[in-house]
Design a protein around this ligand. Structure first.
Ligand SMILES: Cc1cc2nc3c(=O)[nH]c(=O)nc-3n(C[C@H](O)[C@H](O)[C@H](O)COP(=O)(O)O)c2cc1C
Length: 159
């Protein structure tokens, strides 16, 4: 390899993304959530989307075995929620407002959008899992996005 791992991270960080919280119903001990920026659309027909899960996450066993997930797309005022679900070991919903989706995965209020998905494929991708879901339902909200760029949260002004 002609580059260091820190350079690889820095290069990836130059790609600005939105931020989402992926939730799933859990394995009997309550729902879990994780902050992600690896959300990507895959296909319009059929409607498919994916996200990538770090195999080292302490939530890996729950998230990889879940048959469904919800992608909650965050707006700029939801940075603290993003930080909460990015904390090591903080995956439960105690003290967090939500509505259960049809599958039981939490839907967070006041997001820019949420997508309810049924898992169709799981692929290994190095030290991550690539989790593909069929989008069964969604809701579009309004507002300005929470962005992640160069290792930090950003926001943009929309006119
Ligand atoms: C903006 C942002 C984006 C992230 N994106 C991902 C992601 O796409 N996939 C992932 O597995 N973890 C991602 N993480 C890390 C997790 O949110 C979380 O910090 C990590 O899983 C904590 O460790 P634990 O799961 O072992 O408790 C992201 C964190 C932040 C702050």
């Amino acid at each position: 390899m002609s580059f260091k791992s820190s350079e690889f991270r820095a290069a990836l960080g130059q790609f600005a993304t939105g931020v989402a919280i992926v939730t799933c119903p859990g394995d009997g001990q309550g729902p879990v959530g994780i902050t992600i920026n690896s959300f990507t659309s895959v296909s319009l027909e059929p409607p498919l989307a994916l996200w990538c899960l770090d195999k080292a996450s302490d939530r890996e066993h729950v998230l990889i075995n879940s048959a469904s997930f919800v992608v909650n797309v965050l707006c700029k005022s939801q940075q603290s929620l993003s930080a909460r679900f990015a904390e090591i070991g903080q995956h439960d919903f105690s003290g967090i407002d939500f509505l259960p989706s049809r599958s039981g995965a939490p839907i967070l209020p006041n997001t820019l959008a949420h997508l309810e998905c049924t898992v169709t494929d799981r692929h290994e991708g190095g030290d991550h899992w690539i989790i593909v879901g069929h989008v069964d339902g969604l809701k579009v909200g309004r507002g300005e996005p929470l962005l992640y760029f160069d290792g930090g949260y950003r926001d943009i002004g929309l006119s």
